[in-house]
Ligand binder design. Structure first.
Ligand SMILES: [Zn+2]
Length: 154
């Protein structure tokens, strides 16, 4: 079991266990934080008291962002069930996915837009598409237009 799991993402068992215990994943959160800063998106809060504790919440825009770990949330590209105790893990991931869907529904019912991003989409070739996706939700509407001086009247 240890070998199977540590092969995933090259985690040692203590690292893996701490990932099980702690919510979310610092590294992926930081990767997203970097994108938010780069794109100059502002107004986010970390771990706001909302259903599912979104990784980043934008209260003004009512956008909630979750970064889903490829293993824990069963990414279709990267999730491979460990070969031992396969049924256990399958059930575990299934439960996580169910919870993800429930949380998304709860947030949407409260008027939030929910964005779920796979851990693997934050880096590499898929990063630009992820940025575009975020822009659709977070790009400030051309607020600057409102700051233009009023047209001159003669
Ligand atoms: Zn993935």
């Amino acid at each position: 079991m240890v070998d199977d799991l540590s092969r995933f993402h090259g985690l040692t068992r203590p690292q893996l266990m701490s990932r099980i215990r702690s919510r979310g994943n610092k590294k992926t959160e930081i990767a997203l934080l970097k994108i938010l800063r780069e794109q100059k998106f502002t107004g986010w809060r970390r771990h706001a008291k909302l259903p599912g504790k979104p990784d980043f919440a934008f209260p003004r825009l009512k956008v909630a962002i979750f970064v889903d770990g490829c293993f824990w949330h069963g990414c279709p590209r990267h999730y491979k069930p460990p070969t031992t105790r396969g049924a256990f893990w399958e059930q575990k991931i299934l439960t996580n996915r169910k919870r993800d869907r429930r949380v998304s529904r709860e947030l949407r019912a409260k008027g939030w837009q929910v964005v779920r991003i796979w851990e693997c989409a934050l880096v590499g070739t898929r990063r630009p598409a992820t940025i575009q996706r975020l822009q659709r939700y977070l790009a400030p509407c051309p607020a600057d237009a409102g700051d233009l001086p009023p047209a001159q009247h003669h």
